[in-house]
Design a protein around this ligand. Structure first.
Ligand code: GDP
Length: 496
């Protein structure tokens, strides 16, 4: 039965949606479990808790929604697709371990999404807990908690004993209050998908959090371009609802296909529909589905965007490019953003920019996520290069194909490093891949042949540019680690 009757036209304060992030093993799951458990016990919901990707509790008469699939991957996917499901990030840092790589990553994501941060210093029960030290480490990341003169709330908790979890909830409500989170229950429906899966018994099961409007049984909705009529709604306590007001996490039945996590779910025919469709529209050009290459295009104007897209599509249908298909993951105007990088990373795609900016920050970010990004000023340059880029990527995507290259000329750098000028004969060479060097074509090897050297490709150069990968028929400079001083013209490089 529905508990909420909505009859107002006014914006109302909606409950905060909270996500928990932090380094592995610092206690994210334990905190989420402890909060839910305490609440379920004290409130006698009667229902059996259901995993629908998020749950809602009541603290001091106020509701709080927690996304309970912690981890950066989910958060990234949501951000990559533009859905901002969470209002507040609880940054969990183990008090005995302090700031770790994923703590920094979480801080980065929270900042980039413009989400409020609350620090939960967990495992305060451990003898090795050193809150002061952790706060200092946080300050180095520009997370200034109150005793460091900042305004970020920091609560010392123990998921194990339950200590101060109520204070953490108080802090969440305090931050929610100043954030002035509003929504209109009678406004346009806008929900963010947090889970989407195919269940053998129940068909497609989609979980979402309503951000605005009210989702009702019988509504005609759209997500990721897929339409559905809402057949049933269930909350995290297993209660069947007729409608779900803002900030309610709810499981939706009625979709035939599985929409993407992070995409918006909106009402069919509403003004937001275009947004829901555009975000997820994936266009595929070319027929060769074996070598599918995902691509994100950024251009300075709609006109150039269309031109770039068309030229790339032509490339695929022309004779040169027939070996692969293009999947346009996102085509959009404006500078390259970190959300492009995340989308490319999750979809194994590449990013090309035309007359747009690529900040050094985004460039570093792309490198970290191993995403290829290039920007261009002329369309010819773009087409030429994209061809190489795609061939390299397509080759890589095809299978764990071996790359073979012939050493043509050796150069010595002032640093003493040797560069093996080589031509790729088959497959592709990739930075960081393991290679072996032979004095004959690896295709003609017999059982007795052993490599002259094995190592890793440290750097690849194409002209003056450092590149991540070089495809077939291209020449490049190869730097190895460890250095191989005997490398000589005529040798063969085989990559795995
Ligand atoms: P996650 O990877 O961040 O989700 O971390 P988990 O919640 O799985 O916790 C990792 C480990 O730390 C588990 O063995 C937990 O039992 C333990 N743990 C979590 N919170 C606490 C705490 O407050 N105190 C202590 N002593 N151990 C904790």
């Amino acid at each position: 039965m529905s508990e909420t009757k909505v009859s107002t036209n006014e914006d109302f304060i909606r409950p905060p949606v909270v996500t928990v992030m932090g380094h592995v093993d610092h206690g994210k799951t334990s905190i989420l479990d402890a909060i839910r458990h305490t609440n379920v016990q004290s409130k006698e919901y009667g229902g059996i808790t259901q995993h629908i990707g998020a749950y809602q509790i009541v603290h001091n008469l106020h509701k709080i929604t927690f996304i309970d699939t912690p981890g950066h991957a989910a958060f990234m996917k949501m951000r990559a697709r533009g859905g901002r499901a969470a209002d507040i990030v609880v940054l969990v840092v183990a008090a005995d371990e302090g700031v770790k790589p994923q703590t920094k990553e979480a801080i980065y994501h929270a900042r980039a999404a413009n989400t409020s941060i609350i620090v939960a210093l967990n495992k305060i029960d451990l003898p090795g807990a050193d809150p002061q030290k952790v706060k200092q480490e946080l300050a180095q990341e520009n997370i200034l908690v109150e005793d460091w003169g900042g305004d970020i709330l920091c609560i010392e908790v123990s998921a194990k004993s339950g200590k101060n979890l109520d204070k953490l909830l108080d802090a969440i409500l305090a931050v929610a209050e100043i954030s002035n989170l509003k929504a209109n229950p009678t406004g346009e429906l806008e929900a963010v998908i947090i889970e989407s899966k195919l269940d053998r018994k129940r068909g497609t099961v989609v979980s979402c959090i309503v951000k605005n409007g009210t989702l009702k049984v019988g509504d005609k909705v759209v997500a990721s371009g897929y339409e559905a009529v809402v057949r049933s709604l269930m909350d995290d306590k297993g209660i069947i609802l007729k409608e779900a007001p803002p900030s309610t996490p709810v499981e939706v039945l009625g979709f035939k296909e599985t929409p993407n996590v992070g995409d918006l779910l909106v009402e069919k025919g509403s003004e937001l529909e275009q947004l829901a469709v555009d975000e997820s529209r994936v266009e595929i050009v070319g027929k060769n589905t074996k070598k599918m290459v995902g691509i994100i295009i950024r251009a300075d104007s709609q006109g150039t965007l269309e031109a770039v897209k068309e030229s790339l599509a032509n490339l695929v249908t022309s004779s040169v490019g027939q070996s692969y298909s293009l999947k346009f993951l996102r085509c959009s105007t404006g500078d390259i953003t970190d959300s492009d990088v995340m989308l490319a990373s999750s979809a194994n795609g590449v990013i090309v920019g035309f007359s747009v900016k690529l900040s050094s920050e985004i460039e570093d970010f792309a490198e970290e996520f191993k995403v290829q990004v290039k920007t261009y000023k002329t369309i010819y340059e773009l087409i030429d290069d994209t061809k190489d880029l795609l061939e390299g990527t397509a080759t890589e995507a095809e299978a764990k194909i071996k790359g073979r290259a012939r050493v043509i000329k050796i150069f010595k750098l002032s640093s003493g490093d040797l560069i093996a000028g080589s031509k790729v004969i088959a497959g592709a060479l990739k930075v960081e891949s393991r290679i072996s060097i032979y004095d004959k074509d690896p295709n003609d090897l017999t059982k007795e042949d052993i490599p002259l050297y094995t190592g890793i490709i440290r750097k690849l150069k194409k002209g003056k540019d450092e590149v991540k990968m070089v495809g077939k028929d291209n020449e490049c400079g190869v730097l190895l680690k460890p250095q191989y001083n005997e490398i000589a013209e005529g040798m063969w490089i085989e990559s795995r």
